[in-house]
Ligand binder design. Structure first.
Ligand code: KMH
Ligand code: ZN
Length: 308
């Protein structure tokens, strides 16, 4: 049966570095341009990070986020989803500053503290565009991506609640689903929650079909009908496991934050290229992409115009 599938596009993130792809957008103009193209290609939700325009280093500067958001809003009605994960080297206050100011329709919310290993990526490159890149990746050997219960409650309290943001609940392992169930039970999260199954981060669950089934079965058991899900697989499993998520009745996230390629050994030239690819696949499967307003209705976001 034809079903509107919500495609999220995560356009730049804080994992990849400028050396890895010339197509990774860095400046507010480039991030906004790629976001608008991704929305035109079929993405209903745009997941946003910012980078320092000169160096490409992940940035928490609210002024950069404001510029990105204003540029996108002038040309697109896509749901804008601001990261509260930032990068594992930012403090919680830094990570929240932009969302506290902008009050977006959606924010990410990472459901547990974990190792987040980017250091193996450093071995693949010999020469770097910027000095900070190898040190940034190497630092993930010792840095914890901190998302304590207190941090989660701070984010829920500051950004959620009545009239607040809906959340993309980033779950990197089955244990994180227990935390989602806990906050649903406590009433701090409101159903239906939007769970992003994140597979393939070093330190989280690996990117394999069996693990996606395990995440889905665990979420079904713990969350019942109170959740919707999307699938994000880091690296080359992005399209295969995203497709599997669609087949399982879920939604899908693509974008250069999670994977720089469009096929084995070939860099994607834009975020829109990845959106177009998953769109072709899901249309071949008999589905269609959800519009931003269909995504808002499905996820309980107040319709554009009535809020923000
Ligand atoms: N980078 C992804 C694996 C966030 O921005 O809050 C998860 C993510 C986290 O998008
Ligand atoms: Zn992100």
């Amino acid at each position: 049966m034809s079903r509107p599938v919500i495609v999220t596009c995560a356009v730049t993130g804080s994992i990849h570095t400028p050396t890895m792809s010339a197509h990774l957008p860095v400046t507010p103009e480039a991030i906004a341009e790629q976001a608008v193209e991704a929305a035109q290609a079929g993405a209903a939700i745009i997941h946003l990070h910012a980078r320092d325009p000169a160096s490409g280093l992940p940035s928490a500067d609210p002024a950069l986020f404001v510029e990105i958001v204003e540029r996108i809003r002038a040309r697109s009605d896509a749901v804008l989803n601001l990261s509260t994960g930032g990068s594992s080297r930012m403090t919680l206050a830094e990570r929240l500053a932009a969302a506290r100011l902008i009050r977006p329709e959606m924010c990410s919310l990472n459901m547990g503290s974990m190792n987040f290993g980017l250091f193996p990526l450093a071995e693949r490159y010999g020469e770097w565009k910027h000095d900070w890149e190898p040190a940034f990746l190497e630092a993930t050997r010792s840095v914890i991506f901190k998302n304590s219960f207190e941090d989660i409650e701070t984010i829920l309290g500051d950004l959620g609640g009545e009239g607040g943001a809906r959340f993309e609940l980033e779950c990197y392992d089955v244990g994180h689903l227990q935390t989602v169930a806990f906050y649903l039970e406590k009433g701090l999260l409101k159903a239906p929650v939007f769970v992003q199954f994140v597979l393939g981060v070093l330190g989280g669950i690996d990117a394999a079909p069996e693990q996606l089934m395990h995440m889905k079965a665990t979420a079904d058991r713990l969350l019942g009908s109170n959740y919707r899900f999307s699938v994000l697989a880091a690296g080359r499993q992005q399209m295969p496991l995203g497709t599997m998520g669609v087949i399982l009745g879920g939604h899908v996230r693509v974008g250069l934050e999670d994977n720089l390629t469009i096929a084995r050994g070939r860099l994607a030239t834009s975020n829109a290229e990845q959106v177009a690819k998953i769109r072709r696949i899901l249309e071949e499967l008999g589905h269609r992409v959800a519009t931003p307003d269909e995504a808002r209705a499905e996820l309980g976001i107040a319709t554009a115009g009535t809020a923000r």
